[in-house]
Ligand binder design. Structure first.
Ligand SMILES: [Zn+2]
Ligand SMILES: [Zn+2]
Length: 449
C-alpha cells in the first residue's frame, strides 16, 4: 500500500490492535484514535487515506465524525469504512447518508477486513483516490448556532435541602399509544418519565405522556418559573410525539434544556424543527415562547446535584440510555435496547458489549428497562431492537440493580397480560434467590427513594 495511511478510530483497544495488525500487514502506516473526538482531530491533522470508524463511541459517535470529515474541504479523497456490531438496516442507510464508503459488521476476521479495505482503496484504479460522492446533507447540514456543546455552562440549578429522589411515570407504552379499556392500569400513553432529585426537575423522553406532565407542572408552579431538563434517548415517534403538546413550552417565563446526542445526519434541534414543520404541526419550533436550548452531550456532566451519564444502546439508529446519580441514590433508564448477544450470538464482542451495559448500570437503585416481548414474540421480532422479559431479568440480575421496573410495554399487551408477565418475572427472580424487586410501570405510578 505504498505510503497509504490508515486511521483506526475505535474505543475497544483489543479491536483497535487487531485492525492495526491487519492493516500494517497490508503495508499501511497506522495510527489509532481512542474515541470520536480524538479520531476527528487526528484525521484533520494527519489526513489519512483510510479511516476505520466505529459507530458507537463515547463523545462524538461515528456518524458525526463521518459527516464532519466529509464537510472538510481538504479531505475529499479519504475512504471511510464504518465498523460496527450494529446490523440494523437503518444503520447501513444512515452510514451511507453520512458519507461512508463501506460498512463492515463486527466482529470481523482478517480475511473480511482485508477484502473490504482492498476493495475500497483499489476503487477507481487505486493510485488516485476517487472523488467521494457524498449527499448534500453531509456538507453544511450541521447546525451549531443555537445548540450548545457545553452543558456545564447553563445547568446550574438551585438545590434544596429536600434530598428526596422521585420517579413518576406519565407514559409507559412503547411503539404506539394504546388507549382503551384493556390498558387502563398500565397506561396507554407513550414513553415519558419524570425524575426529580430534590428541586432538580428532569424528564426522560417526551412521548404522548408528557402532555399530562405539562398540565400537572402548570398547576404545581402557577406563576413561578419552571426550569426543567428533558433527556431524549432517541427520536423515534413514541419517544417524541408529545413534545409539541407540552404546555410549559408555550410560556415565556419557563426555561428548558433538551439533551441527547447528535442525530444521524442532522443536529438534535433540526430533528425537532422537522417534527414541528408546517406539514406536521401548526406551530413552528421557533415560536415556542419559553427559553429552549438544545444540548448535544459529549460526555458525563452535572446538573446541580445530579451526575448525568449516558450509554449507547443497540437499537436501529442512534439511541442512548441514561444514568442519574445524586444524594447517594441512582436511577437508570434503558429504552430501547436489544441485548447484543441475543441479536448477534454469544461471541466475545457481544458478551463484552452486554457486560459494558451491565457495568454502566451497576448497583443502580431503580433500573427502568424496556421489556417489550415475550420469548414467543421475539421469535418473529428478533432484529427489531427490543428486549424480552427474560433478557431484562438477566440485565437486572447481572447489573445488581435493586429495583427493576419493566417499561415500554408492547401496545398489544393488555393489563391482564401484563399482570401475568410481571408474575412470571417475579417468580423467575425468586427462583434464583435474588433480592431484586420487580414491578411493571403504570401510568401515574410514583417511586420515592
Ligand atoms: Zn420506543
Ligand atoms: Zn425506538
Amino acid at each position: 500500500m505504498g505510503n497509504w495511511k490508515a486511521l483506526v478510530v475505535e474505543d475497544d483497544p483489543a479491536i483497535a490492535d487487531f485492525a492495526e495488525m491487519i492493516l500494517e500487514k497490508e503495508g499501511f502506516s497506522v495510527r489509532k484514535a481512542v474515541d470520536g473526538a480524538d479520531g476527528l482531530s487526528q484525521a484533520f491533522e494527519w489526513k489519512p487515506d483510510l479511516i476505520l470508524l466505529d459507530l458507537m463511541m463515547p463523545g462524538l459517535h461515528g456518524l458525526e465524525v463521518c459527516e464532519k470529515v466529509r464537510a472538510e474541504a481538504g479531505m475529499a479523497g479519504v475512504r471511510i469504512l464504518i465498523t460496527s456490531s450494529k446490523c440494523y438496516a437503518s444503520d447501513f442507510d444512515e452510514a451511507k447518508a453520512a458519507g461512508a464508503d463501506g460498512y463492515l459488521t463486527k466482529p470481523y476476521g482478517i480475511a473480511a477486513l482485508t477484502k473490504k479495505v482492498l476493495e475500497l482503496v483499489s476503487a477507481e484504479g487505486g493510485a488516485e483516490p476517487p472523488a467521494v460522492v457524498g449527499p448534500d446533507a453531509a456538507v453544511g447540514g450541521i447546525e451549531t448556532a443555537e445548540s450548545s456543546r457545553e452543558p456545564s455552562e447553563a445547568v446550574v440549578t438551585e438545590t434544596s435541602d429536600d434530598k428526596e429522589v422521585m420517579v413518576r411515570f406519565w407514559g409507559t407504552r412503547g411503539s404506539s399509544p394504546a388507549p382503551g379499556p384493556d390498558t387502563v392500569r398500565y397506561g396507554g400513553n407513550t414513553s415519558c418519565t419524570e425524575v426529580r432529585f430534590g428541586d432538580t426537575l428532569m424528564v426522560v423522553d417526551c412521548g404522548s405522556g408528557i402532555r399530562l406532565l405539562g398540565d400537572a407542572l402548570a398547576k404545581e408552579f402557577g406563576d413561578r418559573q419552571i426550569e426543567g431538563h428533558l433527556f431524549v434517548g432517541h427520536t423515534h415517534w413514541d419517544h417524541i410525539q408529545g413534545f409539541p403538546f407540552f404546555f410549559p413550552f408555550y410560556l415565556k417565563k419557563n426555561r428548558f434544556s433538551v439533551y441527547s446526542v447528535h442525530g444521524a445526519g442532522k443536529s438534535l434541534k433540526t430533528v425537532f424543527q422537522g417534527q414541528m414543520a408546517s406539514d406536521y404541526f401548526p406551530v413552528p419550533l421557533h415560536n415556542l415562547a419559553c427559553d429552549l436550548r438544545f444540548v448535544e452531550m459529549e460526555g458525563p456532566f452535572d446538573i446541580g446535584p445530579v451526575r448525568v451519564q449516558y450509554h449507547f444502546l443497540n437499537h436501529p439508529g442512534v439511541a442512548i440510555g441514561f444514568r442519574f446519580d445524586g444524594f447517594g441514590k441512582s436511577v437508570a433508564y434503558i429504552s430501547d435496547h436489544e441485548t447484543h448477544s441475543r441479536l448477534n450470538g454469544d461471541n466475545e464482542l457481544s458478551l463484552k458489549q452486554d457486560r459494558q451495559l451491565n457495568d454502566f448500570l451497576r448497583g443502580v437503585d431503580v433500573l427502568i428497562s424496556e421489556a417489550q416481548y415475550t420469548e414467543e414474540e421475539y421469535k418473529i421480532k428478533k432484529g427489531w431492537g427490543h428486549s424480552t422479559f427474560k433478557d431484562v431479568i438477566e440485565r437486572g440480575l447481572a447489573s445488581e440493580a435493586k429495583h427493576l421496573v419493566l417499561f415500554h410495554h408492547d401496545p398489544t399487551h393488555t393489563d391482564k397480560m401484563m399482570d401475568g408477565y410481571l408474575q412470571e418475572c417475579r417468580e423467575a427472580i425468586h427462583r434464583v434467590g435474588s433480592p431484586l424487586v420487580c414491578s411493571a410501570a403504570q401510568e401515574g405510578q410514583v417511586i420515592r427513594l
